[in-house]
Write a protein that binds this ligand. Structure first.
Ligand SMILES: COc1ccccc1CNc1ccc(C(N)=O)cn1
Length: 246
């Protein structure tokens, strides 16, 4: 898939997406990343990209015209239509379902606002959807865009090795992940659970599912609300809670 990023700090995303799984996905050609700077499309020798907000009040707004020109150049660069996402605190909340939807698209354009945001006319005319990575305000949309790039890149076929994709799966079915352990077996911080060293793969799978259910119940009950647990899952969760409460 192709991802275009519109940002006043184009190297920001290039750097963020250069490591690990995302860096490898790019090297393998699973994802191509293209940065566009609205300042390159701004007028005057100050190349103005922002100005005061009408109606008064603090802060500056990104001007519509440099962004319009920038997006036009981005569209011209590739005939494939781009799904334009504006990263904003006013956006719908990003979750794994939305990530999967975005990852299935051939081309994404991520619009990163700075200052107090973007002239609303640009949003209305050019943006397909606004997304938020959480209920907090950042100094720019770039970190949110980097989150989207990472989350969609790792879902591209061939991006993850088997172990990592297994970890991915645990989030895919809407549960938190089970705990993980490695060497040494005995450590002042504790001992690796016996079942994980038993070689009994059915028991290991059961234990992991039980841990995922129990931890989700304890930490994110909202993920279980409105979800019908299978009889097997319900039994595992009950046993987990009984075992916890002694
Ligand atoms: C006041 O900032 C803005 C106001 C409007 C748009 C963009 C920005 C840039 N900042 C952002 C961007 C995204 C998120 C998020 N939660 O996804 C948080 N902050």
């Amino acid at each position: 898939m192709r991802i275009d990023v519109v940002s006043l700090f184009p190297d920001f995303i290039e750097r963020c997406a250069g490591f690990g799984v995302t860096g490898r996905a790019r090297e393998r050609g699973l994802v191509s990343l293209h940065a566009w700077n609205p300042r390159d499309y701004a007028e005057g020798n100050y190349r103005k990209v922002d100005d005061r907000t009408f109606g008064g009040g603090p802060g500056m707004v990104m001007l519509v015209e440099p962004l319009r020109r920038c997006l036009a150049a981005m569209r011209r660069a590739d005939p494939q239509p781009a799904h334009v996402v504006h990263l904003s605190p006013q956006g719908r909340r990003l979750d794994q379902r939305k990530v999967r939807e975005l990852a299935a698209r051939p081309r994404l354009a991520l619009l990163c606002g700075r200052y107090e945001g973007v002239d609303e006319r640009l949003v209305q005319a050019e943006v397909d959807e606004e997304l938020s990575i959480g209920d907090y305000v950042l100094s720019g949309g770039e970190l949110a865009a980097a989150v989207v790039v990472d989350a969609v890149a790792r879902l591209q076929d061939g991006a993850l090795n088997d172990a990592a994709s297994a970890a991915q799966d645990s989030f895919e079915d809407g549960l938190l992940d089970c705990p993980h352990y490695s060497h040494p077996v005995e450590h002042p911080y504790g001992t690796v659970p016996e079942v994980l060293r038993s070689g009994n793969h059915a028991a290991i799978a059961r234990w992991r599912r039980q841990q995922a259910l129990g931890r989700t119940w304890e930490r994110r009950p909202d993920l279980l609300a409105g979800r019908d647990l299978s009889r097997q899952d319900a039994a595992l969760l009950e046993a987990y809670l009984r075992g916890r409460d002694g």
